[in-house]
Design a protein around this ligand. Sequence first.
Ligand SMILES: Cc1ncc(COP(=O)(O)O)c(C=O)c1O
Length: 389
Amino acid sequence: MSAPDELLRYRSQFPILERTNYMISNSLGAMPKAVYGALQGFADTWATRGVRAWEERWWMLALEVANDLGALMNAPENSVSIHQNVTTCEAVVASCFDFTGKRNKVVYSDMNFPSVMYFWEAQRSYGAQVHMVKTDDGITVPIERMLEAIDEQTLIVPISHVIFRSAYIQDAKAIIEKAHKVGAYVVLDTFQSLGTVPVDVQALNVDFACGGVLKWLCGGPGVAYLYVRPDLGKRVQPKFTGWFGHENAFEFAIGPTRYAETPYRFMNGTTQIATIEAAHPGIKIIREVGIDKIREKSKRMTSRLIELADGHGWRVNSPRAAEQRGGTVSIDMPDSQQVSRELLAREVIVDWRPKAGVRFSPHFYNTDEEVESAIAAVADILKSRAVIA
Ligand SMILES: Cc1ncc(COP(=O)(O)O)c(C=O)c1O
């Protein structure tokens, strides 16, 4: 008999697990029960303290949550700032650079999340030369072509740590080393890694890292984080700036900004306090559980998903080697989009993406039985569809 799964003790903290087979943490992690209290606390503070809430709690809240997030990726204190979404983080980074000079090339892959692609493509109008490295198999990014594309003209390399479509883990270290060798910077999108795959920004020596909290960190929509390597953080000056980024916001000084120390330096307008309050419980739980334990369990469950899919002869659109795979397994069975809709109707919560299929993303709070029953539900749906046909 295998040892009891100690991570299941956290299940009771996530109400939706009582009602559904929740396999979609790659899209929206389950809400911790403590979010009710966090949002009630936000409303109480606003209602009873009014404007004094800024001084007493809200002004420093972004920093507190950012440092908790930073601890999850081994970021030094005060190197992470809070933003609304990843696209905004990329915009803050882009605004630190000038694309009118000779070094103006942006290298990324077509496996990046589309919002990130749309943002960098739009920088062409500021002079950026955009180079897209294409996938061969719809699962991986060809590392040789990626490294080759990063040359002396390259300024920025915005890449995903874990690819959203396939859960392929890119060799971020090799890409960062090549970029540094030629004098380029890397923006690592850790949205699909942080919370399920170990991330160590110092070991990677990455320049910028950003992601959101709503997936594997169970933090809800509205909060993203941006890590800037501390030595860079002292030097670069974001042109996308605002009064939160000023060294003395309450001076209300006229004219050009005087940049604050990190991480406020990378912020701009008023922070989104309610969503930051809502994000905190999930981040704390993930810290308490520990990424290593989450990763170990994730590898076990995703390996089993692949085994089961193989047993049915369905196409697996995620890497087979656990070391190259994040927390999701994309499976393309016949009529996969229709199957995903029927799974939802049966309270098996998954999603479907073109060129990927149905994405199954178990997290630390799922049981091994849920993995088995999700796949059994697919088999049952396909069987009943065959009967109807
Ligand atoms: C890798 C990755 N990057 C970015 C995003 C989203 O970007 P944004 O926070 O700008 O909506 C997602 C998914 O929502 C994603 O999977």
